[in-house]
Design a protein around this ligand. Structure first.
Ligand code: NAG
Length: 259
């Protein structure tokens, strides 16, 4: 009798506690949406090693991202869908955290790959959440970069960009690819459609890798192009007559619109 009375008493108390927690949870998630991760850095102060990368961007200075960038672990990278997204990252819980704990805001421009052959494991293997920051950003978060790795907290934040959404023409005459960059707001892109000046109708592009989108053929050659871009948060913008008919590979063009 006694054990069962005791356990039902315990169950009632547990349920009351659970109910109280459920009431608290919405308030907690609304005010404290920081999640835990770790951070390291790659490359040196010049950031040369952070250029190009698995999102398909090129010279990050020319493209407006500069050195406030990060590579994401496999889990956060989400096969490239996270490219262009912005994160506030703050050092938390290490004696090496810079005083004040001000967060850095970075754009995802690269992948921190998994490596299963390291005996001690790898910070970027799934399911770990990890930021491999540019060295200049890491230097702002810590008092001594020799610490190598620190615990951090992070959250998605809106991206601030100058000017309109931009498009760079890549590929060749049989397979045209378009890099979509300088996306404000959510920063990441989940759908792109293009309309050729000659075709006159919208065609959905598919994401090839990073932020590089294609129709899978060369239909864009010799046509002016308009674009419809859907950001990761579902917001869409239409950018008319972005690319002139006489475009050339390697050129980039700015749309007259932004998120
Ligand atoms: C993975 O880690 C091992 C052991 O540290 C190293 O020798 C190897 O080069 C790494 N592989 C890659 C692709 O970085």
């Amino acid at each position: 009798m006694y054990p069962s009375a005791s356990s039902s008493h315990f169950a009632a108390a547990t349920m009351a506690a659970a109910a109280a927690l459920l009431l608290l949870l919405p308030a907690l998630s609304a005010t404290d949406d920081w999640a835990d991760a770790h951070a390291t850095f790659y490359g040196d102060e010049t950031g040369a090693e952070t250029m190009q990368g698995a999102c398909g961007y090129g010279n990050l200075f020319d493209q407006g991202y500069g050195l406030d960038t990060t590579a994401l672990s496999v889990a956060l990278f989400n096969q490239g869908w996270s490219c262009g997204g912005c994160y506030a990252v703050r050092c938390q819980g290490s004696a090496y955290c810079a005083p004040g704990g001000a967060p850095a805001t970075v754009t995802a421009t690269n992948l921190c790959p998994a490596n299963y052959s390291k005996p001690s494991g790898n910070w970027c293997n799934p399911p770990l959440r990890h930021f491999d920051l540019s060295k200049p950003v890491f230097l702002r978060l810590v008092t001594d970069f020799h610490v190598g790795i620190v615990p951090v907290q992070y959250r998605r934040v809106p991206c601030a960009r100058r000017g309109g959404v931009r498009f760079e023409m890549r590929g060749n005459r049989w397979w045209v690819a378009v890099l979509v960059f300088n996306v404000a707001g959510a920063g990441d892109v989940k759908a792109v459609a293009a309309r050729g000046s000659r075709d006159g109708r919208w065609a959905d592009m598919s994401r090839n890798w990073g932020q590089i989108w294609t129709n899978g053929d060369g239909r864009e050659v010799g046509q002016g192009l308009s674009f419809r871009v859907v950001a990761g948060d579902g917001r869409a913008v239409e950018l008319d007559s972005v690319v002139p008919q006489g475009w050339a590979f390697g050129q980039s063009f700015e749309g007259k619109g932004q998120f």
